[in-house]
Design a protein around this ligand. Sequence first.
Ligand SMILES: Cc1cc2nc3c(=O)[nH]c(=O)nc-3n(C[C@H](O)[C@H](O)[C@H](O)COP(=O)(O)OP(=O)(O)OC[C@H]3O[C@@H](n4cnc5c(N)ncnc54)[C@H](O)[C@@H]3O)c2cc1C
Length: 134
Amino acid sequence: MDVDYDAIVIGAGHNGLTAAALLARKGQKVLCLEKNSSAGGMAITRELFKGYKHNVGAWVLLVFRDEMIKLLELEKYNLELIRPVSSYCVFGDPADNCFIGYVDQKKIGKHLFKDHGLRAIIGLARLDKALKKI
Ligand SMILES: Cc1cc2nc3c(=O)[nH]c(=O)nc-3n(C[C@H](O)[C@H](O)[C@H](O)COP(=O)(O)OP(=O)(O)OC[C@H]3O[C@@H](n4cnc5c(N)ncnc54)[C@H](O)[C@@H]3O)c2cc1C
């Protein structure tokens, strides 16, 4: 059987799926090939233990263009974005105050000032500056 495609997308990670969906919407005949038995790539959720679903790679939305929700009609498929309050927490010694990596910059500022002092604020600002270079 001969089948013609306008585009063949290799890999059904979120980028491949997005590319395939957008091409299909433009009326292209698209084939998306995936080597694994399920789609999703590194953004997949798997049942690692019976009854417990877990991320196996990416665990939080780091970069996301909100316009994609509308473009791909994700709400129609019940996508619900959960905006986390914090993205990490460092405990240290039991006697230490833990450091909570709040997503909200004002909250992190208040937390640092109240629980860790000026040195920690300066340290985090330096780390942030160094990371931005990368
Ligand atoms: C450990 C880890 C943690 C991460 N955490 C985060 C996070 O928290 N937040 C975040 O935003 N990003 C995170 N990332 C990055 C994020 O996972 C990637 O940016 C994202 O998955 C890239 O999507 P993609 O569709 O380009 O590729 P992938 O998700 O890698 O998908 C590629 C797909 O192509 C398939 N494939 C490959 N070769 C072939 C072939 N020859 N034939 C057929 N199919 C093929 C693969 O099986 C896979 O399904 C993390 C990455 C890693 C490795």
